[in-house]
Structures are given as C-alpha cells and as structure tokens.
Design a protein around this ligand. Structure first.
Ligand SMILES: [Zn+2]
Length: 56
C-alpha cells in the first residue's frame, strides 16, 4: 500500500496515477481523477472565454 501525498489516503501501489501537476508524484486514483477533472474544467473555462471574446 502507498499513501497519497495529496489526500493522505491509502491506495494500492501501482494503481495510483501520476500527478498532472509535476508529472512525477504518484497520487491515488481518486486524486488522479480529480486532477483530470480540474484540468478539463479549466480547459472548458478557457475555451468558453475564448468563444465569448470571439462574439464581441
Ligand atoms: Zn489522493
């Protein structure tokens, strides 16, 4: 078992995800999913902003 450095939860070694923040820290699958969703959200927000500017 490994301890996730982000949330402190235990997870099965090898089942974790690589942090998208620094590409070397191994985090639990839950945090991996959370980071992926955050990135997706940021991407969508940026895209929406870009689209909004296009309409001005
Ligand atoms: Zn975690």
């Amino acid at each position: 078992m490994k301890i996730c450095p982000k949330c402190g939860e235990l997870y099965i070694k090898g089942k974790g995800a690589l942090s998208r923040r620094d590409n070397k820290t191994e985090i639990c699958p839950t945090c991996g999913t959370r980071e992926a969703l955050e990135d997706l959200k940021n991407y969508c927000e940026r895209k929406n902003k870009k689209d909004a500017n296009k309409n001005i």
